[in-house]
Design a protein around this ligand. Structure first.
Ligand code: GLY
Ligand code: MN
Ligand code: MN
Length: 421
């Protein structure tokens, strides 16, 4: 076996910058709110954080987080009224009332006042009891309401803003509701430099986890040992949580796209597929690497692996302004088809990445600032062979920038690292 492990290396995971600086400046959130106010063209909109009940750990609706940076105020609502006569009231934040008894159990919350307004960078904050009155006044002034939240499917609950806006429109004569559901996806699909930097740093933390995971891979170890190594690396690198449930699949499990049990024992001669990403400052990374259990690829594994790497390269090259995700998919797929493995590439080649691992995806060509994954794969269950390689790529005005390029992926790099242990 080529994987001689050295405990001293395992006990000293590399570290990245501390997570304390991993945040978007409140001034950037204010600029985002200004941009939405402008896009509303005079109509009144609402953005709901969503309730904290039943979700652990709590994450607000990403549109709310995108516009406020607030991730710990379940039930909050942002009211956007571009024509409010008082400019400081054009973006108003409504928070649940304080509940001292509850807060003794779940954590203290701050009263509304100068420090809270400064911290959030929002000059007008009220308790939710005032929302009905303020919304009514805004509707009476503007007579135009705009739906911002993504449309719900017919078998899901109606989106929270449309639900409320409809009730307002029934009560205020002459009020109409317009469709602004594309405003936030379009904004979110082109990241600011600060957002790209957080995704890049999330990728750096992911690298620490993957290097730890490589050291844990050996025949006889369990997929869970590898998942634990990812955890260790992410935490050491300042990431507080995974961006999504990690996949660690060996052998046949590597061919199961949404395998999550992560409980099997790694067998000699198999491949181990890891699809995982650290989160930093609310931003996700999303990386896949596939490693040989023994530290060395068999000739067949290597043959298929090299096809996937070439498909990845072709996909990354297609991440340029004006192209669509479907063009990127076609570029990666052509390599796999031409190599004769087309029937074994059974999923899309990528998606937008940001506050969510599958981030807002407007139906439009890629623009500079878009961050997307490129993730071709070949899955041949009858050979116990599943290979996917996934990188996170920023679309720029010039050439694509691979934000996770430093996570080893060539055959030579992987075999060299796994030999060293
Ligand atoms: N990890 C989820 C995905 O790759 O899409
Ligand atoms: Mn992934
Ligand atoms: Mn992905």
């Amino acid at each position: 076996m080529a994987t001689q492990k050295t405990p001293s290396r395992r006990s000293r995971p590399a570290t990245a910058a501390p997570s304390s600086s991993a945040r978007i400046d409140p001034a950037e959130h204010a600029r985002r709110r200004e941009a939405v106010l402008k896009a509303l063209g005079g109509a009144v909109g609402l953005v709901f954080a969503g309730d904290a009940v039943g979700e652990e750990p709590y994450r607000p609706h990403p549109d709310f987080e995108y516009l406020t940076g607030i991730d710990d105020e379940g039930g909050a609502v942002l009211l956007l009224d571009p024509r409010h006569p008082v400019p400081s009231r054009r973006a108003m934040l409504f928070l649940r009332p304080l509940d001292p008894e509850l807060e003794r159990w779940v954590g203290m919350r701050e009263p509304i006042g100068g420090p809270l307004k400064t911290r959030y960078g929002i000059p007008t904050i009220m308790r939710k009891g005032a929302l009905a009155r303020e919304l009514s006044l805004s509707a009476q002034r503007s007579r135009r309401l705009a739906c911002l939240h993504p449309p719900a499917h017919h078998d899901a609950p109606i989106s929270p803003d449309l639900d409320v806006l409809r009730r307002v429109a029934e009560r205020v004569v002459g009020c109409s509701i317009t469709d602004a559901t594309d405003v936030l996806p379009k904004m979110r699909a082109s990241k600011s430099p600060a957002e790209v930097e957080l995704i890049r740093r999330a990728g750096e933390a992911t690298k620490v986890g993957f290097l730890e995971a490589m050291r844990a891979i050996r025949p006889g170890a369990s997929e869970f040992d590898v998942e634990s190594a990812l955890d260790r690396g992410y935490r050491a690198a300042g990431s507080r949580r995974h961006a999504y449930r990690p996949i660690v699949g060996t052998g046949l499990n590597a061919t199961v796209l949404h395998y999550h049990a992560n409980s099997a024992t790694i067998q000699a001669g198999d491949l181990v597929l890891i699809d995982s990403g650290a989160e930093l400052g609310g931003y996700a990374s999303d990386v896949t690497r596939t490693y040989p259990a023994d530290g060395v690829f068999t000739p067949r594994q290597r043959e298929v692996y090299e096809v996937v790497l070439r498909a990845l390269d072709a996909g990354i090259k297609a991440c340029v302004p004006g192209k669509r995700l479907s063009d990127m998919d076609a570029a990666a797929r052509k390599v796999i088809n031409d190599a004769g493995f087309g029937e074994y590439f059974i999923h899309g080649a990528g998606h937008h990445l940001g506050l969510q691992v599958h981030d807002a995806s407007p139906d439009e060509p890629l623009r500079p600032g878009a961050v997307v994954t490129v993730e071709p794969g070949i899955y041949i269950p009858q050979e116990r062979l599943g290979i996917r390689v996934e990188d996170d790529v920023e679309v720029t005005r010039t050439r694509p920038r691979n934000l996770t390029a430093s996570i080893p992926k060539t055959v030579a790099e992987i075999e060299s690292i796994m030999r060293r242990g």
